[in-house]
Design a protein around this ligand. Structure first.
Ligand code: NAP
Length: 201
């Protein structure tokens, strides 16, 4: 029987326990065999702030998932030397099993601007993992073809955000127990998130 594979897409700047918990909850609830984390390359749609270089985000994702048998990390989007689109990533995984693309609700609400988004339900089941308190009202606005194939998984303990972690790191407020210990060390050692998030022009 074909394996069920979760594709966990995100910027992961940085990856935190909320992402790990969301991946694990989705794995259990949807009976997935594996979850592959796919950090984005340099996302063209993120023009409003500096994004940490892909290799750093990839390294932190590796450190966070090391030793978890059902989790792995893919370089598919990092190694793509052109703007990275989910449809292309899913095509790379076609044939490996039944695909479930997992991402955050805010990202999903903009799906109608993604390349070939109407093809996505043919390639995968779309899954969105939400934090408590996130309104699902916006889902009414997404195209019905997408809504019809969407699984919403609310993760009760998923109240951590990368934005909050970057702010804490910048202000020296400490990020211990929000990210895995090796990720905390990596951020400190490389001095990530020390600067203000200057808008890109
Ligand atoms: P993002 O900044 O990584 O995430 C947007 C929101 O969702 C944030 O609140 C984030 O929380 C949360 N989140 C991110 N990944 C999550 C996950 N796997 N599970 C649960 N919550 C998650 O969003 P993004 O950079 O726009 O990208 C998200 C995914 O959508 C990526 O795989 C990206 O390639 C895809 N995408 C594709 C296209 C396209 O094909 N044209 C366009 C845009 C996005 P944190 O801030 O705490 O991480």
């Amino acid at each position: 029987m074909s394996e069920k594979i979760g594709i966990m897409g995100g910027t992961f700047d940085p990856i935190h326990y909320g992402h790990l918990l969301a991946a694990e909850e989705c794995r259990r609830r949807l009976a997935l065999d594996w979850v592959v984390f796919v950090p984005t390359g340099t996302p063209p749609h993120k023009k409003n702030r500096l994004v940490t270089p892909p290799e750093d985000r990839y390294a932190m994702t590796l450190l966070a998932t090391a030793g978890v048998r059902e989790f792995s990390v893919s370089r598919a989007e990092i190694d793509r030397n052109r703007p990275s689109h989910t449809v292309d990533t899913l095509r790379e995984f076609l044939g490996e099993g039944q695909l479930f693309f997992i991402t955050g609700l805010d990202a999903l609400l903009g799906i109608d601007a993604w390349k070939d988004y109407l093809l996505l339900p043919n390639l995968c089941t779309l899954v969105t993992a939400t934090r408590p308190g996130y309104s699902l009202a916006g889902l009414d606005a997404i195209p019905s073809a997408i809504r019809g194939s969407l699984e919403v998984v609310e993760i009760p303990q998923f109240a951590i955000s990368s934005t909050e972690i970057r702010a804490r790191a910048r202000e020296g407020r400490g990020i211990r127990f929000l990210v895995p210990h090796l990720v905390e060390n990596y951020i400190e050692y490389h001095g990530l998130y020390k600067n203000l998030e200057v808008p890109r022009t």
